[in-house]
Structures are given as structure tokens and as C-alpha cells.
Design a protein around this ligand. Structure first.
Ligand code: UT7
Length: 345
């Protein structure tokens, strides 16, 4: 018997909370595939460099007429079908994205309209690549308190429109996509077992998109300076990603009285295979424990974890009763780790 079965699900104040479960998942990937060979024609790079330094082989790129809310809506429809919930039953929609349709209204409001989920209140959150785990924690609080019965959380990104296609150090790394999950307190004894979130704003300069906000409003200068594209100091981000994700995973497991040996599947943020291997070494988890799809999609920021979660579920990698550890790191910096007992299957 697993150790956590004797543990109670408690919040940090020691109050017992209703267990919240993931009752359905879905994802949507744009049809267009862009391979490393395609990128060799765009910037000074090679398939060999991209594969050996990152593990990425191809990524998806959305059509010009698709915005983040369009990707999000498709993933949401699939998650709702998987969860067997109707649009009327959705009480809350959270979209995590760094590529929202617009500054406002929120992408979540566009998704609500597309789904005709008129009973839902809606908002976006921005925690870069950790956004989906941040959304899960927020939604969990609403559901476990009883305020909300059914929550829809979505990570959706159209990163292709914020990449600098002249900057080989970033444009080869990212892709477009969307993943979603439906959360409910469905009477199962266990669902989300524990969650750890963190941030360090002192390192915000290492990964950012500076233009277009109130700090650098759009102007000829911001356009000339290419400030509307993502900028990253890759090597520094790499180091912090490994440390933060390792500690977050360890803390989340400790909080629910589990060890890495109890974990059946790790769903990491899909930024770089070398980051995943470095975390694996520190946690004592072999590569086989990880669900990895970055070779096919690259880094999809907030969409990476929900897409991987859905693929792991639909391909039978996750079985009922499995312990799943999700762990993320992104701009801000932000990070998070969530441990779930999988109740589907
Ligand atoms: O999702 C949020 C979190 N993001 C991440 O976790 C990303 C973290 N960072 C990384 O994954 C890695 O740092 C990168 C994949 C971005 C870069 O790998 P690296 O091993 O840290 O390479 P580097 O930036 O230190 O660059 C090494 C060399 C440089 O050339 P020189 O100065 O040694 O001559 C770069 O100019 O590789 C060069 N380089 C490239 N060469 C061919 C950088 N990008 C490319 C490229 N093709 N696309």
C-alpha cells in the first residue's frame, strides 16, 4: 500500500480539504509541422545542433488566422468530451498563456464565448511555462472550497508569433499548441495530492518579451529594437530550471508523504531533454519514468504539460491509481510541481 493513503489532504493551514480530481483532458496541435531541416533554411542552424542540444526534431506552427483562443477552444472541447461535461456545467475557465489573443479582454472570455459556457466566470493567468500548474492550483482552491463545481483549465500558446525568426538561439526551441483539463471534486478519495508553486522576480530579465506593455509601449523604437519578440539567456535559464524543478518536485512529494520511487510517471515541462536528464539524475528517476514529447512539439510554454498529460492519458501510459508528478519552470522566474493520483483509466 502506498504511504500517502494514510495521509490526509490538508492545506497549509492544516484544514482538511475536499479532494479534487482531473476528470478529463484534451489537446489540440496545429496541423503544420516545421522540421529542423525546414529551420536550416531560415536561420544559421543544423538539425544536428538542435537535436543534440535540445532533443527537439519538429514543432507545430499555427495558421495565421488562428489565435490562442482558437487553439484553446479545440483543446477544451476535447477535454470536456473526455470528462463528459457540457458547456453549461462549466463554472470557471482559466487560460494560462503568454500569447493571449489581446491584452484584453482575456483569452478565457473568448473561449467561453466559443464554447457557449455562459455559466462560467473567466480569467487568464500569466506564469509563463508554469502557467498550467498555477492554473491547476487556483482552480483546485475554488473547487475544494465548494465555490465551484466544475473548472476548465487550459494552457494555450501561439509562440510562433512572438519568436524572433532571425534569432537562432530561440526560434528553434518553441512551438504552438494547447492542452486542457477539467477538474471536479468527484468523490474519489484522492486526486490532486499536493502542489508547490514559487517565483523569483529578481531574475525576470533572463527570459522576457519586453515590448508592448506599459514599460515599453509599442513605438518605432520598440519595433526597431525587436522588443516584441521573446528574449532568453539560455544557459542561465537552463541552470535555474534544473535547480528549481528538482527542489519543487522534492517538496511536492514530501508534502504528500511520497518518495520518487512511488511515482509512476513524471510529466516535466518540455523545454530541453538535457534539462530533463539533469533533473532525473538529481531526483534519482530514470528517463523511462518521464513522458517526453518535446521531440515532436518543442517547448510550448504553458501548453507543454497539459498536452503531455493528455497524450500520456490517451496512449495508456497513465493507469488508474498511478502517481503522476508534473513539474514546470518558466519566465518570471516561476516554477511549480503538482502530485496527482490518476483516477481515470
Ligand atoms: O521554457 C522556459 C524555460 N526554457 C528553458 O528551459 C531553456 C533553457 N536553455 C536551454 O535549453 C539551452 O541553454 C539552449 C538550448 C537554449 C542553448 O543550449 P546551450 O548548450 O546552453 O548553448 P549556448 O546558448 O551556450 O550556445 C552554445 C553555442 C553558441 O556558439 P558559440 O558562442 O559557442 O560559438 C551559440 O551561438 O551554440 C550556438 N547556438 C547555435 N548553433 C546552432 C545557439 N543556438 C544555435 C542554433 N544552431 N540554433
Amino acid at each position: 500500500m502506498r504511504k500517502h493513503r494514510d495521509a490526509k489532504i490538508i492545506n497549509p493551514r492544516g484544514i482538511h480539504v475536499r479532494p479534487v480530481s482531473i476528470i478529463g483532458t484534451g489537446c489540440y496541435l496545429p496541423e503544420r509541422v516545421v522540421t529542423n531541416a525546414d529551420l536550416e533554411k531560415v536561420v544559421d542552424t543544423t538539425n544536428e545542433w538542435i537535436v543534440t542540444r535540445t532533443g527537439i526534431r519538429e514543432r507545430r506552427v499555427a495558421r495565421h488566422d488562428q489565435a490562442a483562443s482558437d487553439l484553446a477552444t479545440e483543446a477544451a472541447r476535447r477535454a470536456m468530451a473526455d470528462a463528459k461535461v457540457t458547456a453549461d456545467e462549466i463554472d470557471l475557465i482559466i487560460v494560462a498563456s503568454i500569447t493571449p489573443d489581446m491584452v484584453f479582454p482575456s483569452t478565457a472570455c473568448f473561449v467561453q464565448h466559443n464554447l457557449d459556457a455562459k455559466n462560467a466566470f473567466c480569467f487568464d493567468i500569466q506564469a509563463a511555462c508554469s502557467g498550467f500548474l498555477y492554473s491547476m492550483e487556483i482552480a483546485q482552491q475554488f473547487v475544494s472550497s465548494g465555490k465551484v463545481k466544475t473548472a476548465l483549465i487550459i494552457g494555450a500558446e501561439k509562440l510562433s508569433c512572438v519568436l524572433d525568426w532571425q534569432d537562432r538561439s530561440t526560434c528553434v526551441l518553441f512551438g504552438d499548441g494547447s492542452g486542457a483539463a477539467v477538474l471536479r471534486a468527484c468523490g474519489a478519495k484522492h486526486g490532486i495530492l499536493s502542489s508547490v508553486l514559487g517565483a523569483d522576480g529578481s531574475l525576470s530579465g533572463l527570459l522576457k518579451l519586453p515590448g508592448g506593455g506599459s514599460r515599453h509601449p509599442t513605438s518605432e523604437e520598440t519595433l526597431k529594437g525587436r522588443l516584441h519578440f521573446m528574449q532568453m539567456t539560455g544557459r542561465e535559464v537552463f541552470k535555474h530550471a534544473v535547480t528549481r524543478m528538482t527542489h519543487a518536485a522534492q517538496d511536492a512529494l514530501k508534502n504528500c508523504n511520497l518518495s520518487i520511487e512511488d511515482v509512476d510517471c513524471i510529466i516535466p515541462h518540455q523545454a530541453n531533454l538535457r534539462i530533463i536528464d539533469a533533473i532525473g539524475e538529481r531526483l534519482g528517476a530514470p528517463r523511462e519514468k518521464y513522458f517526453i514529447n518535446l521531440d515532436r512539439y518543442g517547448n510550448m510554454s504553458a501548453a507543454s504539460i497539459p498536452v503531455a498529460l493528455d497524450e500520456a492519458s490517451k496512449t495508456g501510459r497513465l493507469k488508474k491509481g498511478d502517481i503522476v508528478l508534473m513539474v514546470a519552470f518558466g519566465g518570471g522566474f516561476t516554477w511549480g510541481a503538482t502530485v496527482v493520483e490518476w483516477i481515470k483509466g
